[in-house]
Design a protein around this ligand. Structure first.
Ligand code: BTN
Length: 243
């Protein structure tokens, strides 16, 4: 496994994506940056991270026959890998806020951005970007965000932590396509934040509604039982879990 360390880049996802186009990189090549100028988040958002304090890295995964329709398997593998690594550090109350925000209690500590290169109906390769708040203590203007340092009261060696997470990623990603044995799917569903609890959602027109998270569909849609008794499925653009 190759680890490329950068002092600064716009985004490790963008860097790894363009490097993979120009060089024959080996599977599981990692790019980690001390600082990102333009860290990318989900749904076009920005990922902010104090230079040198946190982990901001991306890993290249090449696939053998992963169908595009099964892309949610990746989200499951990556979420579970990160949670396994964080558990080893003694962090508790870990959950996944659908689809892939990693929380401890009510606070987000890690975000994941997966970008897939498709060929027809198959995923050729994925760039898996991970931002983990590690040693940062101040989060100006950011609500419900925390770090390992704030939660566990000590600082962490970023290199050691990176290797620990990559180890879990390697092991979970080797399970891909076997995931339909359901075991990992159920593990993921059991980690869902606010599962089986009445919650408030907002749809893409700003309308609020009540529902209860029941799980995720094969395509990774969120399954929510509504007040009228129906079980509905939502994708990320359609719904936001408020509380
Ligand atoms: C999110 O929760 O919105 C996803 C955040 C993903 C951030 C990471 S940091 C490393 C990698 N490079 C990026 O530009 N984004 C991801």
């Amino acid at each position: 496994m190759q680890i490329i360390k950068l002092s600064a880049t716009d985004s490790t996802n963008a860097y790894l994506k363009s490097l993979a186009k120009s060089e024959p990189l080996e599977d599981l090549t990692v790019v980690v940056a001390h600082e990102q100028f333009k860290g990318r988040g989900q749904m076009g958002s920005e990922w902010q991270s104090e230079a040198g304090k946190n982990l901001t890295f991306s890993i290249l995964k090449r696939h053998k026959g992963l169908a595009a329709k099964d892309r949610f398997q990746l989200t499951i593998c990556v979420s579970i890998a990160i949670i396994s690594a964080l558990k080893e550090l003694g962090l508790g109350n870990l959950a996944v806020k659908w689809p892939n925000d990693i929380l401890s209690g009510n606070s987000k500590i890690c975000g994941i951005l997966i970008e897939n290169a498709l060929s027809g109906d198959k995923i050729q390769s994925s760039i898996i970007g991970i931002g983990l708040n590690v040693n940062q203590s101040l989060f100006n203007n950011l609500k419900s965000v925390s770090s390992l340092k704030l939660l566990l009261g000590k600082t962490f060696d970023l290199n050691e932590l990176l290797l620990r997470i990559v180890f879990h990623l390697e092991s979970e990603l080797s399970q891909l396509t076997k995931i339909w044995d359901k075991e990992r799917w159920v593990d993921y569903e059991n980690l869902l934040f606010r599962k089986d609890r009445p919650s408030t959602f907002e749809d893409n027109r700003g309308q609020r509604f009540m529902g209860i998270i029941r799980g995720v569909s094969g395509k990774g849609m969120l399954k929510v039982s509504l007040e009228n008794g129906t079980l509905s499925e939502f994708d990320l653009k359609e719904v936001k879990l408020l509380y």
